[in-house]
Ligand binder design. Structure first.
Ligand code: AVJ
Ligand code: FE
Length: 443
């Protein structure tokens, strides 16, 4: 993936789309083939769908957008639209629906894929906005990859032995990074109007003027987070907002999800392995309230979304915003821990080649990073191509996460990409980094 979608057209763009669709499907197949049918039908957590639901839902979205809309073809299975509409049934109710069996789901997604590939061969990839630069295909690639990350989160919540294989992440290669870097005051371009497959909530590009601030050069590590636990951070109401405190007490939080006490130290459950918590890895499976409390304990705060994006994308030499921290080229294994290549974050300092212009590391990949910001539309936002992707979630109920995790595919993540979830959620592969205002003499 060294050539970006924007530089492709015609046959080369078609080949790129077909390869991205195929990579997504390989991943979906791998995540489902790893378990037997009862395990795929079972609900492993009330927060998650049965894996067979995700699998057929992936095919149903592909049918709706590529086969029926772009291709104007006859429906494959109009009768199942309702079952796989995420807005019709809560995740907790999905196991009791008359879902497709594993074999029916496999057949269904394969039939849809053949038709989608046929549509790809015959469609112009320019003209109306839905197909321009292959947008609808890119949206469906991202949709499948997003569900593949959701399915990976279901694997993490599942109890039982390991069934997924991956190599260990790279070791830290830089060890004495400054704790924080300064980003001077000034405006920058947030969001994008040119990224071919950017989703509606990333658009349009707009100038944002922010004060100077300091931001951590790496995400908060397990080691640092353990000091917060050991210092009684979970017992001290000073660090928690009223809503955070209420949630802390009601949910009985005392450590990140998946951590287990082992005498004086901590173990964690990771995809069926039980292992010591590695101190140098970014902390994972904390909710927004925990991230916010930790930041207050260290006398700091979470970065706003605009601060995160400026630290990640702004190039002070040219004044423009990059697609990724390192520049405009697509992610490679040297630059970011993405794509389920490793089933855990890498230690901090493992990706110097992925640093931003300001010297901020590991912004893309490893862990999603909670920001201080609510999920809100950018000025000039237009819902496209459907309101239920972003618009219905705007408002104070959801917090924005940035940067992608080890479980995120490169196609579903970039400097402008916005994710969101409720501030109580811990099932996503999320951590955080801290920021602070500049003092008067630093401005
Ligand atoms: C953008 C990750 C919050 O999983 O709820 C999948 C992506 N939208 N199907 C989600 C999504 C529709 C979405 N997130
Ligand atoms: Fe979906």
């Amino acid at each position: 993936m060294t050539v970006t979608v924007r530089e492709l057209s015609g046959e080369a763009l078609r080949q790129r789309i077909a390869a991205d669709l195929e990579r997504a499907r390989q991943r979906s197949v791998g995540l489902t083939d790893a378990l037997n049918e009862p395990e795929l039908i079972r609900q492993h957590s009330a927060l998650m769908s049965p894996l067979v639901w995700d699998y057929a839902h992936i095919g149903n979205q592909e049918e709706l957008w590529l086969v029926r809309d772009v291709g104007a073809r006859e429906p494959v299975r109009k009768d199942i639209d309702e079952l796989y509409d995420a807005f019709k049934h809560a995740r907790g109710d999905r196991p009791s629906l008359p879902l497709l069996s594993l074999n029916e789901a496999r057949q269904y997604v394969a039939t849809v894929r053949l038709k989608a590939l046929d549509v790809l061969e015959r469609s112009p990839l320019e003209g109306r906005r839905l197909i321009d630069q292959g947008f609808a295909f890119g949206m469906i690639v991202q949709h499948e990859q997003q569900h593949d990350e959701t399915m990976l989160a279901t694997h993490q919540l599942r109890r039982g032995g390991p069934v997924l294989q991956a190599s260990a992440p790279p070791a830290a290669v830089v060890r004495n990074l400054p704790a924080e870097v300064f980003v001077p005051a000034g405006d920058f371009t947030m969001g994008t109007s040119t990224e071919a497959w950017a989703l509606d909530n990333e658009r349009p590009a707009h100038r944002v003027d922010i004060d100077g601030f300091w931001i951590d050069s790496v995400p908060v590590t397990n080691g640092a987070y353990t000091r917060f636990i050991d210092a009684g951070g979970y017992e001290d109401p000073r660090w928690w907002t009223p809503a955070g405190l209420a949630h802390l007490e009601q949910a009985g939080l005392g450590a990140p999800a998946s951590w287990l006490r082992d005498g004086d130290s901590w173990l964690r459950r990771r995809f069926g392995h039980v292992e010591p918590v590695p101190p140098d890895e970014p902390v994972l499976h904390v909710c927004w309230y925990e991230a916010d409390a930790y930041a207050r304990w260290v006398g700091r705060r979470l970065p706003t979304e605009a601060e995160w994006e400026k630290a990640a994308r702004h190039d002070p030499d040219t004044g423009r915003s990059r697609r990724y921290p390192w520049g405009d080229s697509d992610p490679t294994p040297e630059r970011a821990n993405l794509g389920q290549r490793h089933l855990q974050p890498a230690p901090v300092g493992a990706y110097p080649a992925g640093a931003s212009a300001y010297g901020v590391h590991q912004l893309i990949g490893d862990v999603w990073e909670w920001t201080a910001s609510d999920f809100a539309p950018y000025p000039g936002f237009l819902a496209f191509p459907y309101r239920e992707y972003s618009e219905v979630f705007f408002g104070p109920d959801y917090k924005v996460l940035r940067g992608g995790s080890f479980g995120t595919d490169p196609a579903a993540c970039r400097g402008s990409f916005r994710n969101w979830d409720y501030p109580i959620r811990r099932q996503i592969f999320a951590g955080f980094r801290c920021a602070r205002d500049a003092t008067a003499d630093e401005l």
